[in-house]
Design a protein. Structure first.
Length: 116
């Protein structure tokens, strides 16, 4: 099982292949996912400290390119826990004073991943 370390929150064993946004949220860690994990809102953004996958879904690449954020952060809804990772959560419900984090993302990456 991969180890997921979330900066200032701890290290957790997570299910191999689980969506990163869900793995973070399941630990009770505050993370936004305002579009429900569809690569639209970018609020699930994380900064990688270690273990950043080189692969990206086309949906993530297009969104980051459109917003000129390629290289700045990754979208946790478009990544799978397939290795040990250390990340920092960048947008939280608390810091944005929102009532909820957004719709719960599906178990599988949406839209259907096209890996680049
Ligand atoms: S881009 Fe909206 S939850 Fe990931």
């Amino acid at each position: 099982m991969p180890k997921l370390t979330v900066q200032d929150k701890g290290t957790f064993e997570v299910r191999d292949g689980q969506r990163l946004v869900l793995a973070i949220a399941e630990q009770g860690i505050d993370i936004l996912h305002r579009c429900g994990g569809k690569a639209r809102c970018t609020t699930c953004r994380v900064e990688f400290i270690e273990g950043e996958p080189a692969q990206m879904t086309a949906a993530e690449r297009n969104k980051l390119q459109d917003q000129q954020n390629l290289g700045a952060f990754r979208l946790s809804c478009q990544l799978l826990c397939d290795r040990d990772m250390t990340v920092k959560v960048l947008m939280t419900r608390t810091s944005n004073q929102l009532d909820d984090s957004g719709p719960t993302p599906a178990e599988q990456i949406t839209p259907e991943p096209e890996w680049t």
